[in-house]
Design a protein around this ligand. Structure first.
Ligand code: DGT
Ligand code: MG
Ligand code: MG
Ligand code: MG
Ligand code: MG
Length: 270
């Protein structure tokens, strides 16, 4: 672009460069999905097809950005873990979060039309997602981050499963169901589900209880991910990204709280 006397306006632009050699996690979350899910009549408490749209979108985004090593999601949210040393968009925060939120929103609309051919999206209520990026300085905090999201998934799912059984099968009003659950702990809800509705919470689908995990499974090519990118040329980094792009992405619905998950997949945090 030719220099012009207007060029100075560039000096007003600001970048936030995320700290190098730290783990970046980008979390996207559906905007106003409380209303969105009721407008499109999602099944309660979990709509398997709506979750499928979320999962297909997360997987597609992960495929298109080889620096994403892992994704975890439930409800209307997904968290994406970037390779520790990755230099995607020179780690510019705004570029990262806008790319993830717009990318995810585009995939969501694409897959919605495939999964719900009989529920066209209305221009008045389109699905969009916000995004935030956070850097975490240590492996243990990254693990705790994902544990936090999975515990949140569990607590919400147990509550929602109890709540909607009380309303749909127990014929309580939403207010009555809320009052009944007030002050209850997990064991109370497990007992209520079993005694009143014959539901053993443990038998609920794993995807609902644990959420969905996607991992880029470099198990067989462990040396693929270098300990540091510092000495890699631009070409070497591109070659690495090309190789990562080809690695299989596996879908899991497993416990990510126990140390075992992380011990088995040390490359995720490399
Ligand atoms: P936000 O994120 O501040 O823009 O507001 P919301 O309304 O998106 O709130 P959030 O993200 O805390 O909660 C997610 C909402 O989406 C929550 O009301 C439940 C709803 N939702 C997500 N997945 C399902 C589903 O599979 N079935 C049903 N019935 N609702 C769902
Ligand atoms: Mg929210
Ligand atoms: Mg939301
Ligand atoms: Mg949410
Ligand atoms: Mg441009």
């Amino acid at each position: 672009m030719a220099n012009s006397r207007f060029e100075y306006v560039r000096t007003f632009e600001r970048e936030n460069i995320l700290l190098p050699q730290t783990h970046i996690i980008i979390r996207i979350d559906g905007r106003g999905f409380h209303k969105f899910s009721s407008a499109y009549e999602f099944q309660k408490p979990n709509d398997p097809n709506a979750l499928k749209v979320m999962n297909l979108s997360a997987q597609a985004l992960m495929k298109s950005i080889p620096d994403v090593m892992m994704a975890y999601g439930d409800s209307d949210e997904y968290s994406f873990l970037l390779r520790k040393n990755c230099d995607l968009f020179e780690r510019r925060e705004f570029k990262l979060i806008t790319a993830f939120s717009s990318g995810f929103s585009a995939y969501y609309q694409y897959y919605w039309n495939i999964v719900f051919p009989n529920k066209p999206l209305s221009v008045e209520r389109l699905p969009t997602f916000d995004a935030r990026a956070v850097v975490y300085p240590s492996d243990s905090i990254v693990k705790d981050y994902f544990r936090w999201r999975q515990v949140d998934c569990h607590i919400n799912n147990l509550y929602n499963t109890s709540f909607w059984n009380l309303v749909i099968k127990g014929h309580l009003s939403p207010q009555e169901a809320e009052n009944k659950l007030m002050g209850t702990v997990s064991s109370d809800k497990n007992e209520l589900l079993f005694k009143e509705f014959g539901i053993n919470y443990n038998d609920e689908p794993e995807m609902y209880k644990k959420g969905t995990v996607f991992i880029r499974d470099v198990r067989d090519t462990l040396d693929l991910v270098p300990n540091s990118d510092v000495n890699l040329s631009k070409r070497q980094v591109e070659r690495l990204r090309g190789k990562l792009r080809k690695v299989t992405i596996n879908e899991l619905h497993c416990d990510i709280i126990k140390e075992e998950f992380w011990n088995k997949r040390a490359w995720l945090l490399k």
